[in-house]
Design a protein around this ligand. Structure first.
Ligand code: TDO
Length: 189
């Protein structure tokens, strides 16, 4: 498994090995022991899978507040998407900064997003499927959405914002400034 650090501390790109043959490939998409050996001991309790029919579908930017904050390990099962994480840890030197990574069924890349980050994505192809592990259960009372086109965050989604396919919840979401972040930055020593 290849591990790449992004410019946001704790947000990692993981690329598991693929064993190709005449049938296709085999890959361990998650292996607890390997993750632990790499110092990435996250306890995942829920797997999510969603299909977005249209290219240009944006889901996000989402997070759950404590005590049900979630770390996520995200990958693309079909098609292609641009996955985004935004640091919302108060006091973090990169507070409000974002990164984006293209995850596709073809490139097999995964994005590990710790607690304290917003998560969202835009689909680059029709019928794109995303699959992700979460470190806590869905808790509707703690579920929050921040405007995907919050000008202070300034994510470049690669689409015209007015053409984004959105849920009602995401279309009417507040900005990050309107949605106080309960996460405190704890420096990794
Ligand atoms: C997130 C979630 C939703 N649901 C239900 C609630 C609702 O009826 C339906 C659709 O929910 P949403 O509109 O929130 O789905 P969606 O917009 O796909 O939300 C997801 O977006 C990505 C970016 C994330 O990071 C996830 O954590 C999650 O917030 O599914 C669950 O039952 N369990 C869950 O874990």
């Amino acid at each position: 498994m290849k591990i790449e650090q992004t410019v946001l501390e704790g947000v990692l790109i993981l690329t598991p090995a693929r064993f190709g043959d005449e049938r296709g490939f085999f890959s361990e998409s998650w292996n607890r022991k390997r993750m632990e050996a790499a110092g990435l001991a996250v306890e995942f309790v829920q797997d999510n899978h969603s299909l977005s029919v249209q290219a240009g579908t944006v889901r996000g930017l989402h997070f759950q507040t404590p005590p049900h904050a979630q770390a996520k390990l995200v990958r693309c099962g079909r098609g292609c998407l641009y996955d985004v994480a935004v640091d919302i840890r108060k006091g973090s030197p990169s507070y409000g900064h974002w990164i984006g990574v293209e995850l596709s069924a073809q490139n097999g890349k995964q994005l590990l997003i710790p607690e304290g980050f917003l998560h969202g994505f835009v689909t680059r192809e029709a019928n794109t499927e995303i699959i992700y592990k979460c470190s806590d259960y869905y808790a509707p009372d703690c579920d929050r959405s921040v405007r995907f086109d919050d000008p202070e965050i300034g994510v470049d989604w690669g689409i015209l914002p007015e053409l984004a396919v959105l849920s009602e919840k995401d279309r009417t979401a507040p900005t990050l400034a309107e949605c106080s972040s309960p996460f405190i930055y704890e420096a990794q020593l």
